[in-house]
Design a protein around this ligand. Structure first.
Ligand code: ADP
Ligand code: F6P
Length: 323
């Protein structure tokens, strides 16, 4: 292998730049040339490819977003799109491809490897932490910190106004951002798609808290479990006297400097991915389990179902129910 490509795809996440940085540095250090593909699969299909030098990745390790930019590209889901993507790789003499993204992006890599024999390696970059085969994905830690800091600031004003708030966070169908940010913010309730709940349970929890003098109730709601404003309206209907607001943290969760955890994970995962390409161990995805960097077959990894940490959820619930 002489020349590899690297792209970022799908929702950007903090730590992607750390992974791009380490991909370039580690590959060049091992005698490879690295080509950056702009705008994910869209750029691959359109031939937006440029050689990256080590200086191109100076001063990017910390930055949120992605210097390679990102896109969602439906054409990549078609045979024709995939054929064009493969042609770009051939035209530029690229023998191996590092794909940094979430499960959608990994499906693109799977199509290229199983359908066209492209040698791929995946690095999990998504704030959602919704991939089963890895304990953590790049961006998750930073996004949770953003939510934690948001709730901390929110509590300042909510508590002095005896006001409650429904806080909606991202995560698609995965409740991990809500769970980890909720437990570390001592949220009064955490609502996730993995654990069914009724509005009545939310109302009962808040009522009980109000009866015990706890007036600033922060309810963290994963986007996969509902909309903050809808839930606020239902709670208000059930408890007319309550002072309650709603907020959506939104894309702030994808911004800001990557945390130390995400930088370190990005660097370790990228070096591992390039080493796999060098060793001819390809069509795999890199992950972390019990703080050890691992790799797994891409088809197997994508077939696994993510499990939710019910013990942690139960602990969060237990801690805030106590008076
Ligand atoms: P993420 O990678 O963050 O999960 P998406 O689900 O939006 O984000 O997927 C990113 C991109 O990956 C899509 O826009 C598309 O280009 C590509 N992709 C997704 N699913 C497939 C698929 N089944 N086959 C080929 N490419 C896919
Ligand atoms: O997958 C990352 C993510 O931020 C999800 O948490 C969220 O549902 C989605 O992307 C938002 O997508 P967009 O940036 O296209 O609005």
């Amino acid at each position: 292998m002489k020349r590899i490509g690297v792209l970022t795809s799908g929702g950007d996440s903090q730590g992607m730049n750390a992974a791009v940085y380490a991909t370039v540095r580690y590959a060049v250090d091992h005698g490879l040339e690295v080509y950056g593909i702009d705008l994910g699969y869209k750029g691959l299909i359109e031939g937006k490819v440029r050689k990256l030098s080590v200086t191109d990745v100076d001063d990017v390790i910390h930055r949120g977003g992605t210097i390679l930019r990102t896109a969602r590209c439906d054409e990549m889901k078609t045979q024709e799109g995939q054929r064009k993507a493969v042609q770009t790789l051939k035209d530029n003499g690229i023998d191996g491809l590092v794909v940094i993204g979430g499960d959608g992006s990994f499906n693109g890599a799977k199509a290229l490897s199983t359908g066209f024999g492209v040698q791929t390696m995946g690095i999990p970059g998504t704030i959602d932490n919704d991939l089963a085969y890895t304990d953590f994905t790049l961006g998750f830690d930073t996004a949770v910190n953003v939510v934690m800091n948001t709730i901390k600031m929110l509590r300042d004003t909510m508590s002095c106004n005896d006001r409650s708030c429904i806080v909606e966070v991202m995560g698609r169908n995965c409740g991990d951002i809500a769970l980890y940010a909720g437990i570390t913010s001592a949220a009064e309730m955490i609502l996730v798609p993995e654990i069914p709940f009724t509005v009545q349970q939310v109302v009962d929890r808040i009522k009980n808290n109000l009866d015990h003098g706890k007036m600033d109730n922060i309810i963290v709601l994963a986007e996969g479990a509902g909309k903050a404003e809808d839930l606020r309206a239902e709670v208000k209907k059930a408890i007319p006297g309550i002072n309650i607001r709603s907020m959506t943290v939104g894309h702030l969760q994808r911004g800001g400097d990557a945390s130390f955890q995400d930088r370190l994970l990005g660097v370790r995962m990228a070096a591992h991915a390039v080493q796999c390409l060098l060793d001819g161990k390809t069509n795999r995805v890199v992950g972390v389990r019990h703080n050890v960097i691992i790799d797994e077959d891409i088809v197997e990894a994508l077939s696994e179902r993510k499990s939710f940490n019910k013990e942690l959820y139960a602990l969060a619930d237990q801690l805030v129910e106590t008076f």
